[in-house]
Design a protein around this ligand. Structure first.
Ligand code: GDP
Ligand code: IMO
Ligand code: MG
Length: 432
C-alpha cells in the first residue's frame, strides 16, 4: 500500500497561490492527476507559450498528453459548467481524454446557485464573498443527505424519482419565493450535459477503486488541492472559508484512499499573501503598495475577476499551515512580483491585547484584532523573469528564501519567477 509515488499539492494560504502552474509543471512527470475537493469555485491558471488555460473543475494535468485525469468524490460537480469548461478547453486546442469522474460526486444543481446568491444577500454586512457557484448550498445538501450524485444520472428513472423527491422537499422547506427552474428543466439540462460528456468518452465510475489500483501499481499520482489551508471548512478562518476540506487530510476523504498511501505533501506558498472575499487578514497591506503588487501580480480572481486583497508573507499563518498539512517541501511562487521593492516585510508574530501570540488563533474575533509584528528584509531591484538559473538570483532573494526555509523547517523545491510554464526554477525533486 505504501506508494512512494504520491504527491499532494496544497495551497498554504487563502488560495490562488499558483497551484495550477505548479501542477502543470509536475504533471509532465506524473501518470495520474486527481482533484479531490471543491468545485468550480477553483480557478487554476496555466500559461503555456502565451496560451492561457483556466481550469475550474478539470485537473490542471489535462494539458499533459499522457496523464489520466480524475475528478474524485470530494469534488462537487456542476456538470453543465464542466461541459462548458471542456468545450472551452477544446477551443483552446486541448483534447480532453482519459477523464474519470466519481459516481459518488454530489451534483451542484441550478437551485444551489440561486441559494448561494440569496444567502449572501441576506448575510448583508456579514457576507462571505463567495464565488456564487452554489458551493456552500451544494455541500450543505450533501451533508444533510438531501442531494443527488452524478451516479444517479446514469439511470433516468432513478434520477427522475430522486430529483422529484428532493426538489419537492426543498420547495416545501424553502420559505423564499424565488423562481426556481422546474423539475423538467433541471432533469433535461443535467441529462443533456451528461449525454454530451459521455459522448466525449468521459467515464463515470468508482474513482476510489481506480485511484487505489493506481497506487498499488506504483503509478506516479498527483493530488491537486483547490483553494487553500486558510479556507478549509474546519481549520480556516471560519466562517470566511469555503465548504470543503482543502488540507492534505482532505485527500483521504476526497479521493477515498488510506492515509499511509500519501507520501509527499508540497505546500504552495505565494511570496506574499492574497485573499479574495471577506474575512480577517492580519498581514494585509493597506496603502498604495497593495495596488502596486496587485497590478504587478495581476491579482484579480480567476473565476470572478474580483480584485484580490494583498498582504505580506505571514509566518504565523504558514507555521499553522505546515502543522496541519505536514509539508515535506515548498513551492514559492511569484517571487518576480516583489522585484523593485526596497524592503520586503514578513509577519513574524501577532500581538493581541499587548501579548504576543505564538499560534494562529482559532477565534475569528481575536484574529480580527491581531496586530502584525513585522520583520524587514532587503528587497531586490532585478527583474527575475528571464534569469536562467539559481546562480543568477540576487543574494537578497536567497536571503528571503533561506528565511522561509528556516522558519518553516522545510526545504524549498520550486520557485516561480513568472506566469509562464517556463518561468520556474527547480531546486529539488518534490517526489523525492
Ligand atoms: P491557483 O488557484 O493557486 O492555481 O492560482 P491562480 O491561477 O488563481 O492565481 C495565480 C496567478 O498567478 C495566475 O494568474 C498565474 O498565471 C500567476 N502565476 C503563477 N505563478 C506565478 C509566478 O511565479 N509569477 C507570476 N508573475 N505569476 C505567477
Ligand atoms: P483556488 O483553487 C481563492 C473563497 C471565496 C470566498 C470563500 C467562499 O483558485 O485557489 P465559495 O464560493 O467557495 O463558497 O467562497 O472562498 N474561494 C477562493 N479564494 N481561491 C480559490 O480557489 C477560492 N475558492 C473559494 O472568494 O471568500
Ligand atoms: Mg485560483
Amino acid at each position: 500500500m505504501n506508494n512512494k509515488n504520491t504527491l499532494v499539492v496544497i495551497g498554504a494560504q487563502w488560495g490562488d497561490e499558483g497551484k495550477g502552474k505548479i501542477i502543470d509543471l509536475i504533471s509532465q512527470n506524473a501518470e495520474v492527476v486527481v482533484r479531490f475537493n471543491g468545485g468550480n469555485n477553483a480557478g487554476h491558471t496555466v500559461i503555456v507559450d502565451n496560451k492561457i488555460y483556466k481550469f475550474r473543475l478539470l485537473p490542471s494535468g489535462v494539458i499533459s498528453p499522457n496523464t489520466t485525469n480524475i475528478i474524485a468524490t470530494g469534488v462537487i460537480v456542476n456538470i453543465t459548467a464542466l461541459l462548458e469548461e471542456i468545450e472551452e478547453a477544446e477551443k483552446n486546442g486541448l483534447f480532453i481524454k482519459n477523464l474519470y469522474i466519481s459516481d459518488r460526486s454530489p451534483l451542484v444543481l441550478p437551485y444551489h446557485i440561486i441559494l448561494d446568491k440569496f444567502y449572501e444577500e441576506k448575510r448583508g454586512a456579514n457576507k462571505i464573498g463567495t464565488t456564487s457557484r452554489g458551493i456552500g448550498p451544494a455541500y450543505t445538501d450533501h451533508f444533510s443527505r438531501d442531494t443527488l450524485h452524478i451516479g444517479d444520472l446514469l439511470d433516468k428513472e432513478i434520477f427522475r424519482e430522486k430529483l422529484t423527491y428532493i426538489y419537492n422537499f426543498k420547495r416545501a422547506i424553502l420559505s423564499i419565493n424565488y423562481e426556481l427552474p422546474s423539475i423538467e428543466e433541471i432533469y433535461n439540462s443535467q441529462l443533456n450535459a451528461l449525454e454530451k460528456l459521455l459522448e466525449k468518452g468521459i467515464i463515470i465510475t468508482d474513482t476510489s477503486k481506480l485511484i487505489n489500483d493506481f497506487i498499488n501499481r506504483g503509478k506516479k499520482i498527483l493530488f491537486e488541492g483547490a483553494q487553500g489551508t486558510l479556507l478549509d471548512i474546519n481549520y480556516g478562518t471560519y466562517p470566511y472559508v469555503t465548504s470543503s476540506f482543502t488540507i492534505s487530510g482532505g485527500v483521504c476523504v476526497g479521493a477515498g484512499i488510506p492515509p499511509q498511501s500519501i507520501s509527499k505533501v508540497l505546500g504552495v506558498v505565494k511570496a506574499y499573501t492574497s485573499r479574495v472575499g471577506e474575512g480577517p487578514f492580519p498581514s494585509e497591506i493597506r496603502n498604495e503598495l497593495a495596488d502596486f503588487i496587485r497590478e504587478k501580480g495581476q491579482e484579480y480572481g480567476t473565476v470572478t475577476r474580483r480584485p484580490r486583497r494583498v498582504g505580506w508573507l505571514d509566518f504565523v499563518a504558514l507555521r499553522y499551515a505546515k502543522r496541519i498539512n505536514g509539508f515535506t517541501g515548498l513551492a514559492i511562487t511569484k517571487l518576480d512580483v516583489l522585484s523593485g521593492l526596497e524592503k520586503i516585510k514578513i509577519v513574524v508574530g501577532y500581538k493581541y491585547q499587548g501579548k504576543i501570540l505564538d499560534e494562529f488563533p482559532s477565534s475569528l474575533h481575536i484574529l480580527d484584532k491581531c496586530e502584525p509584528i513585522l520583520e524587514e528584509l532587503p528587497g531586490w531591484k532585478e527583474p527575475l523573469r528571464n534569469i536562467k538559473g539559481l546562480h543568477e538570483l540576487p543574494n537578497t532573494v536567497f536571503r528571503y528564501l533561506e528565511r522561509i526555509e528556516k522558519e518553516l523547517e522545510t526545504k524549498i523545491d520550486i520557485i516561480g519567477i513568472g506566469p509562464e510554464r517556463k518561468d520556474i526554477i527547480i531546486l529539488r525533486d518534490p517526489w523525492l
